[in-house]
Structure formats: structure tokens, C-alpha cells
Design a protein around this ligand. Structure first.
Ligand code: ATP
Ligand code: MG
Length: 201
């Protein structure tokens, strides 16, 4: 047998084994319910992942809602697109907390938008709710962690929730079904390249 044929056969056997494992795991997964996903870490890709999931949801004809807990002063491409597709957006609209430097105003703004979040988390017509940058609200005590956990835990059974932001609180990652940590191996900004419209926002 030539080396090439040998190699091909080994490759085929390995792939077959992988397929068997994947098929078994698919068969084993029987539970059907909404999931809680946390996308955290210091790398780029947390909000884009959250919005990607919203796009997926809407693409299948489901309803989704988005709460943006921190938003810069620029307009945001995903909102322009997804609002037109019927997604409700509630935006804190205060910009970054290190820009506003006003704790009282930030807390009031966070509480106001949290009311809308609670409404969404109780709405069983929503297949998905994205709470973008919520981790900071908990870190800065703008929102009460127990209250956030309670609202997420009591959401409708079919509803999935995505939380994004750096430094997710341990209690949030513990209650989540899926947790991904995005690591910054490199970022263009560190090489002096400006954030780009249509790529970074
Ligand atoms: P994105 O919205 O691109 O998915 P993100 O949600 O993971 O980013 P945030 O901390 O919310 O990250 O970032 C807000 C802005 O900062 C985005 O424009 C993003 O491109 C940029 N950014 C993200 N990570 C880094 C980093 N490690 N260094 C510099 N800029 C970053
Ligand atoms: Mg983000």
C-alpha cells in the first residue's frame, strides 16, 4: 500500500471516529429550553457575537430584544440594521462611564433601562434577549446583582439570553449554560490603527 493510501485511510478512520462521537453527543442532548450565554474577556468580539446571535434569531422569524447598557456617542451599525428588522432596542445613551464621570446620573440611567430589560425578560414572545455590556452595571453597582440574577432565572423557559462585557461576575458565569472568554492575542488599536465604522461599530 502506498504511503498516500495509508494516510488517506487513517484520515478516514479518524473522521469516522469523530463523527461517531458527535452523533452520540447530539443523540444524548435531549433537553429543550432557552439558554443563558455569557461572552466575556478582554478581546474583541463580545458584542459582535451577541448581535450575531440576534441576527440568527431574527433570520428564523423569531422576536428578539436588545438592551445596550453602555453606548458611545457614535451611531451603531447593528442597531440601524436590526431595528429595521423589528428588533426593539433600549439604549442607556449615557456613553462610557469614564466619560460621563457622574455616578448618580449613570445609576439613574442604568435603572431606567433595567426596567425595560426586566420587561423583556418577562416577555414570552421574545426568543432572545441581548443584554450588551451588562457586566459593568453589576461591577459598578449601578444594578443590584441579586435582582439581575432573579430576573434572568425567572425568564420564560423558551427564552435565551446573551450577556456581554469584560469581567463577568462569577455568579453570572456560574448560572450560565455557555460561557466564552474572548482573549486579545492582538488588537489593531494597539498598533495605532483607528477604530473603523462598519467594523468596530
Ligand atoms: P466588538 O463590539 O467589536 O465585538 P467587544 O464587545 O468585544 O467588541 P468592547 O470592550 O465592548 O469589546 O469594545 C468596544 C470597542 O472597543 C469596539 O470598538 C472594539 O472593537 C474595541 N475593542 C475591543 N477589544 C479591544 C482591545 N483589546 N483593545 C482595543 N480596543 C478593543
Ligand atoms: Mg462590547
Amino acid at each position: 500500500m502506498s504511503d498516500q493510501v495509508n494516510k488517506d485511510e487513517r484520515h478516514k478512520a479518524r473522521q469516522q471516529k469523530i463523527k461517531e462521537n458527535v452523533d452520540k453527543r447530539i443523540d444524548d442532548a435531549q433537553e429543550e429550553r432557552g439558554v443563558l450565554i455569557v461572552i466575556t474577556g478582554n478581546g474583541k468580539g463580545k458584542s459582535t457575537s451577541g448581535f450575531g446571535t440576534v441576527a440568527r434569531c431574527v433570520g428564523h422569524g423569531y422576536k428578539a430584544g436588545v438592551i445596550q447598557f453602555i453606548k458611545g456617542t457614535w451611531d451603531c451599525g447593528e442597531r440601524n440594521l436590526l431595528e429595521n428588522a423589528g428588533v426593539e432596542f433600549q439604549v442607556m445613551n449615557t456613553g462610557f462611564t469614564w466619560e460621563t464621570q457622574n455616578r448618580e446620573a449613570d445609576t439613574a440611567a442604568a435603572q431606567k433601562v433595567w426596567k425595560e430589560a426586566k420587561r423583556m425578560l418577562a416577555d414570552d414572545t421574545l426568543h432572545l434577549v441581548l443584554l450588551d455590556e451588562i457586566t459593568y452595571m453589576v461591577q459598578y453597582n449601578y444594578l443590584d446583582l441579586d435582582e439581575v440574577i432573579e430576573a434572568i432565572a425567572n425568564r420564560p423557559q423558551e427564552q435565551s439570553v446573551v450577556l456581554t462585557g469584560r469581567g463577568a461576575h462569577r455568579r453570572l458565569t456560574e448560572m450560565a449554560d455557555t460561557v466564552s472568554e474572548v482573549q486579545p492575542l492582538k488588537h489593531a488599536f494597539d498598533a495605532g490603527i483607528k477604530a473603523r465604522k462598519g467594523v468596530d461599530w
